[in-house]
Design a protein around this ligand. Structure first.
Ligand SMILES: *Cc1c(COP(=O)(O)O)cnc(C)c1O
Length: 380
């Protein structure tokens, strides 16, 4: 039973095989479905993979960001700095903590990550935290950001949704600040369906994350099932942001496959760069990654030549059943966040209208890659 595939080359795809199906089925058959031993194992394995002291599994990447901000002490009246060229999740959860997102610009068309100079210019006494995004899996250069965060006493909460396995100076993205947030949504590098993880090196932050994940209760059902506890207290108004056992079982398999998945993505991204960068006015961001950064290659993004009608290019590709996307319409342009758009974000505005995301997933065939290249060049 498979869903009919409308695209010859979808933007993202999951590889399904017997080992994955068996992991899910075995968990269903075990009869223990809510957060338990597989979640614990997934957390340990993910912490080891990142070289983090703690990993706390949650229901989604959005839940990860929400809990990480709360655990970092964000609350009403606080300002939290975030790039506008981003998925909307971080901005939304900043609002849910009672805080206010402050949008900042990116470095430039080749470096789509947060610009530390722009961040510096918006810090006020109310600024509590900064949430850098490792755009497309390309690590932010953390020197300047880390230095300014330390100088102003800001918490760094990494949005590492694109960046499992990416490294900066040999250290995993997600472990470069107070806490790092990952997403296991179906189109990410480690797909589980819905799910997320927060990693941290801070014992107190980890304890707060665990508490808030499950209603602020001092014990969880799994403890009571094992006879480790018979009752509980509630010490904080928490949430139900737990991950379940089926997803953790699938996540364990996907985590073992992640290095290979990222390597395949890297090979495809290199082929795109070789065939497209500098051709017909196209350019590919992050051309100067240097020695100190390795990417997780979550997104294959090209910058269209100035003045290109993006929707025409996209529909030309769609006619050939090639799916594309745009990462992202800047958040400061959305109705909900327009009032916060008082600051100009000239680089974001100039770059955003030229961005186009091409299909990229580990299981892409050479034929699919070449088809995308040929169709894109033909559409310009
Ligand atoms: C996917 C994503 C999220 C949200 O993750 P979910 O698991 O879908 O809640 C947050 N930030 C970025 C940058 C993402 O790409």
């Amino acid at each position: 039973m498979t869903t009919e595939q409308p695209w010859r080359v979808p933007l993202a795809d999951v590889a399904v095989d017997a080992e994955l199906a068996e992991a899910a089925l075995e968990t269903v058959r075990s009869g223990w479905w809510s957060m338990g031993p597989r979640v614990e194992e997934f957390e340990r394995a993910f912490a080891d993979f990142c070289g983090a002291r703690h990993a706390v599994a949650v229901a989604s990447g959005t839940a990860a960001l929400h809990l990480a901000l709360l655990a970092a002490g964000c609350g009403p009246g606080d300002e939290v700095i975030v790039p506008s060229l981003n998925f909307v999740a971080a901005a939304n959860v900043i609002v849910h903590t009672g805080g206010e997102p402050v949008f900042c610009d990116i470095v430039g068309p080749d470096e789509l990550n947060l610009d530390p100079e722009d961040v510096e210019s918006v810090v006020t006494p109310r600024t509590k935290a900064v949430v850098p995004l490792h755009y497309g899996g390309f690590p932010c250069a953390m020197d300047a950001l880390g230095e300014l965060a330390a100088r102003h006493g800001l918490a760094v909460v990494e949005d590492a949704a694109h960046a499992p396995g990416a490294t900066w100076r040999g250290r995993a993205c997600g472990t470069l600040g107070l806490a790092g947030c990952f997403s296991f949504f179906a189109n990410k590098n480690l797909p589980v369906g819905e799910g997320g993880m927060v990693v941290t090196g801070d014992d107190e932050v980890a304890a707060r994350l665990r508490l808030l994940r499950s209603h602020g209760m001092t014990t969880v059902t799994w403890d009571r099932h094992r006879g480790h506890a018979s009752s509980y207290d509630v010490v904080s108004a928490g949430f139900n942001y737990r991950l379940d056992e089926m997803r953790a079982a699938v996540g364990l398999v996907q985590l073992r496959r992640l290095p290979q998945e990222n390597a395949s993505r890297g090979r495809i991204a290199a082929r795109y760069r070789e065939a497209l960068d500098g051709v017909n006015g196209l350019s590919l961001p992050f051309g100067r990654l240097g020695e100190e950064r390795t990417s997780a290659h979550h997104l294959a993004v090209v910058l269209l030549p100035e003045g290109t009608e993006r929707e025409r290019v996209r529909s030309t590709l769609a006619e050939r059943r090639i799916q594309t996307s745009v990462h992202y319409p800047p958040i400061h342009g959305f109705t909900r966040y327009r009032s916060a758009a008082a600051r100009p974000l000239p680089i974001t505005d100039a770059v955003a209208s030229r961005l186009l995301t091409l299909p990229l997933f580990g299981g892409m065939s050479d034929d699919q890659v070449e088809l995308v290249i040929e169709a894109l060049l033909g559409a310009l």
